[in-house]
Design a binder for this molecule. Structure first.
Ligand code: NAI
Length: 303
C-alpha cells in the first residue's frame, strides 16, 4: 500500500529554501499538513525575512496541499516552543519533526571566532535539542512520533574549515542514541539523514556538472519522508542519501586485543599492541567496549 500522511502533521525546520523546502513540498504532496518553519536570513544566519516561509506555504496551498508558516528561530527554547505551538494550534498534533535548519560560518579552526563556533552549534545542535524537546511531550501523549536529525559528511568524515559545523552536525548522534532508548516505549523513532544536495545555497554548485542533475534535494526527500512515516520501523540509524543512492551508516570497531590484565597494562604494553588495536581489516559492529571485554573474559574462563 502506498505510504501516505493523511491526518499526520509534520514540522520541517528551515523549510523556506533548499532541502527543507523540498521536504515540505514532498510531504505535503503525500497528504501531510506541514509547518513550514523559517525565519529567513542569510546563509550565516544574520537577518530575517518572513516572506521566505510564506512563499513555500503559498506554493503548497496552490498545489492543493495544507501548510502553515512559522517564523520562529530554532536557536532559542522559546522559538522552538513557538514552532511546536504553531503546529498544535493549527492542526492539533505533531507527528513528525524534521530538524533541518542550518547556517554556515566556515573558517579554519585557527582563525575561527568562538562566537561563530557557538552560533553554528546553537542553530544546528541546540536547535535540534530545543525543537525535539518541545515536541517530545506531544509525541509521548500521542504514543507516536518520528524525529529526523540532519547530520553531514563534514562531521562524519571531516572537512577543512568546518570545525563548528562538523561538530554541530554529529553532536545530534549522541542525542539520537539516548532518545532512541527513552522514546522507544512511546513509539517515538529517531533517525539521522546525511543528505547531499548540490543546488542549495549552503552547498553551492557541485564542481562536476555531470553530477548536478542527480545530487538534488528531490533525491533525498523520499528517505526523509519515509523516516517521518508510519512505515518507518527503525530508530537510531544514520541514512546517507545522494542522487538515488541510499545507505545506512553505523559504527564499527577493530577486533581489538585483550592484554594480560591481572594488573593494569603499561603505556608500553599499549604501544606494542597498537598495530592490532588500529587494525580495521576485519571490522565488527560496535555494541560496546565493556560488553566485548566481558565476552573475552568469559571466553578465557576468567569470569
Ligand atoms: P539552506 O541554507 O538552503 O537551508 C537552510 C535553511 O535553514 C534556510 O532556509 C535558513 O533560513 C534556515 N535557518 C537558518 N537558521 C535558522 C533558524 N535559526 N531557525 C530556523 N530556520 C533557520 O541549506 P541546505 O543545504 O538546504 O541545508 C539544509 C540542512 O541540510 C542543513 O542542516 C545542512 O547542514 C544540511 N546538509 C546539507 C547538505 C547539502 O548537500 N546541501 C549536506 C549535508 C547536510
Amino acid at each position: 500500500m502506498a505510504i501516505r500522511f493523511e491526518d499526520r502533521v509534520v514540522i520541517v525546520t528551515g523549510s523556506g529554501g533548499g532541502l527543507g523546502r523540498c521536504y515540505a513540498h514532498h510531504l505535503a504532496s503525500l497528504g501531510a499538513r506541514v509547518v513550514v518553519n523559517d525565519p529567513g536570513g542569510a546563509v550565516d544566519g544574520r537577518g530575517g525575512d518572513a516572506s521566505v516561509a510564506d512563499m513555500v506555504v503559498a506554493e503548497i496551498i496552490a498545489k492543493g496541499g495544507q501548510a502553515v508558516a512559522s517564523y520562529d528561530s530554532v536557536a532559542t527554547e522559546a522559538g522552538a516552543q513557538g514552532i511546536v505551538a504553531t503546529a498544535v494550534e493549527a492542526y492539533g498534533r505533531v507527528d513528525a519533526l524534521v530538524n533541518n535548519a542550518g547556517i554556515l560560518r566556515d573558517k579554519s579552526f585557527a582563525k575561527m571566532e568562538m562566537a561563530d563556533f557557538e552560533s553554528v552549534m546553537q542553530v544546528h545542535f541546540m536547535g535540534s535539542v530545543y525543537c525535539t524537546r518541545a515536541a517530545w511531550p506531544v509525541m509521548k501523549a500521542q504514543k507516536f512520533g518520528r524525529v529526523v536529525f540532519t547530520t553531514s559528511m563534514a562531521g562524519l568524515v571531516g572537512n577543512f574549515g568546518q570545525a563548528n559545523y562538523g561538530a554541530a552536525k554529529t553532536a545530534m548522534l549522541g542525542l539520537m542514541n539516548v532518545l532512541k532508548v527513552e522514546g522507544g516505549k512511546d513509539n517515538i523513532l529517531l533517525n539521522c539523514i546525511s543528505p547531499v544536495a548540490g543546488e542549495t545555497r549552503m552547498a553551492g554548485p557541485v564542481a562536476d556538472p555531470k553530477i548536478q542533475p542527480y545530487v538534488t534535494a528531490e533525491y533525498v526527500a523520499p528517505a526523509v519522508a519515509w523516516l517521518c512515516s508510519d512505515a518507518c520501523d527503525v530508530s537510531g540509524e544514520i541514512v546517507g542519501a545522494s542522487g538515488g543512492y541510499f545507505t545506512a551508516v553505523r559504527f564499527h570497531r577493530s577486533p581489538g586485543v585483550l592484554l594480560p590484565n591481572d594488573q593494569p597494562p603499561s603505556i608500553d604494553d599499549f604501544a606494542a599492541a597498537t598495530a592490532s588495536i588500529f587494525d580495521f581489516s576485519a571490522p565488527v559492529p560496535f555494541t560496546g567496549t565493556l560488553r566485548e571485554f566481558l565476552r573475552l573474559m568469559e571466553e578465557a574462563g576468567k569470569f
